[in-house]
Design a binder for this molecule. Structure first.
Ligand SMILES: [Zn+2]
Length: 462
């Protein structure tokens, strides 16, 4: 039966009662009818919300989660930072095989689905073999991520990453970056190779890694040649050090420099965009591009805080991503996003607008809109023509039992640590039921095997 009757469902216009949802064999919503009569023999649910888009992921980094939380002495004697973390990540990335990439990605996607993400944008830069050798199939590792998406039911946007330089001014890649090396032609080769996989659950965009790793000419070439409507993502202004390097090279700040070189519009997702001045903030907000915020990773790496309040007031669009996967929960990302701002401003209730003063509901709906835009797929709302991606929240949990509509998102996002996502429908398929993903045991077994192999390889390598 491709239908669900929700006593309470979060639609674009807000909470509605007695909503009948129907979808077709392709997994698209065909009817969304509030105040419907409950049909016989249709499954029922208490609280239904749209599944969240995760707009920034490096899937392989899931296997590093929790392994970099020990104070290391850095080469220059400075404190641990993004840059010392990156050295550890490079060592990890040097060894990983395509089979291991697939196993790690599948484990990640199961966890993300179980916590309420139904779409994910994979910013994929591990394109070559160990030592920088090209694979026979140029899209070998990207296809592994796609296979993990297919096996777990996750809706994917795959973004092959253009990565040509180690820093501003076309610095040659370091040896530990050899697996990432691509030019513009390589990216189009991978985009073409992935073309036959495109469909309602899988889209292909492209991503210049950053203004450090791609020149502005390369960024322009990529943007001009990628088919219209396909998403373009870029890391930007994550670290103050990156801002300083960009100014030293170009006389411009990163967002300012990018905006001078390309027409920023709805296709673009600027990942992190943490360090913005007022002018950059206003121009980015006006552009229609999405700011890709990754609060748990940005906190873990000590990046800084995005100026969310001013950005919302300027009408800016944003979504959330789990990036390095220290968390796989959209609840935790949105909670951190709001709490970071409260700590910064020493105030409560930051993320809201005049039209939507409920912080939980505002955050979920805004991150849905921005995240959906960044995927380039028809997702992000319970409305006809979009993908049938929804979460059934556990209406029997003490936090939600009997909750009034206006309290549901506050309780979901800001109370407790239990996972309140009970069932997940993704692309019209029930992939999670009663908290269990359909393939979680086999996926976990392969993941354990991959981790054991990686551990043995690292012991041999020492
Ligand atoms: Zn990233």
């Amino acid at each position: 039966m491709r239908a669900l009757f929700a006593r309470h469902a979060l639609l674009p216009q807000g909470w509605q009662r007695d909503v009948l949802l129907e979808w077709d064999t392709r997994g698209d919503l065909t009817r969304v009818v509030p105040q419907a009569a409950a049909p016989l023999a249709v499954a029922r649910a208490d609280y239904v919300v749209p599944g969240m888009a995760n707009l920034h992921s490096h899937a392989f980094q899931r296997a590093m989660g929790g392994l970099t939380e020990r104070a290391e002495a850095s080469a220059n004697g400075g404190p641990d930072s993004f840059w010392t973390w990156r050295d550890l990540m490079y060592r990890f990335a040097a060894r990983i095989t395509p089979e291991q990439i697939e196993a790690i990605a599948a484990q990640l996607f199961v966890e993300c689905l179980r916590h309420g993400y139904t779409s994910l944008c994979e910013f994929h830069y591990l394109q070559r073999g160990p030592g920088g050798q090209a694979y026979v199939r140029p899209a070998e590792t990207a296809e592994r991520v796609a296979a993990a998406g297919h096996a777990t039911g996750m809706g994917l946007t795959l973004l092959p990453v253009l990565y040509s330089h180690a820093g501003f001014g076309e610095q040659p890649l370091k040896i530990e970056q050899a697996r990432f090396r691509t030019g513009v032609d390589d990216i189009f080769g991978i985009v073409d190779a992935l073309g036959p996989l495109r469909g309602p659950q899988f889209e292909v965009g492209a991503a210049p890694h950053s203004l450090r790793a791609a020149t502005v000419n390369q960024v322009r070439e990529l943007a001009a040649s990628l088919p219209a409507g396909r998403p373009l993502h870029i890391h930007i202004a994550e670290q103050q050090g990156e801002v300083d390097q960009c100014i030293a090279f170009s006389g411009r700040r990163p967002v300012e420099y990018l905006m001078e070189q390309v027409d920023l519009d709805e296709r673009w997702c600027l990942v992190h965009a943490t360090h913005l001045n007022d002018e950059e903030l206003r121009t980015l907000a006006r552009s229609g591009a999405v700011a890709g915020l990754c609060p748990t990773t940005e906190a873990n790496l000590g990046d800084g805080l995005f100026p969310l309040q001013a950005y919302i007031e300027a009408g800016g669009r944003f979504g959330i991503g789990s990036d390095s996967h220290v968390s796989q929960s959209p609840v935790e990302e949105l909670r951190w996003l709001e709490y970071g701002q409260r700590l910064l401003h020493q105030r409560r209730n930051i993320a809201f607008t005049k039209e939507q003063r409920d912080v939980g509901q505002y955050l979920w709906q805004a991150a849905l809109r921005g995240g959906a835009q960044a995927t380039g797929r028809r997702v992000g709302a319970l409305e006809e023509g979009r993908r049938a991606d929804l979460l059934v929240l556990d209406g029997t949990h003490p936090n939600l039992d009997g909750a009034a509509d206006e309290d549901v998102m506050g309780r979901f996002l800001f109370c407790g640590n239990d996972n309140l996502v009970r069932d997940v429908l993704c692309g019209g398929r029930w992939v999670v039921q009663a908290g269990r993903h359909m393939a979680q045991d086999t996926v976990a077994q392969r993941y354990r095997q991959a981790i054991n192999e990686l551990r043995e390889q690292s012991e041999v390598g020492q």
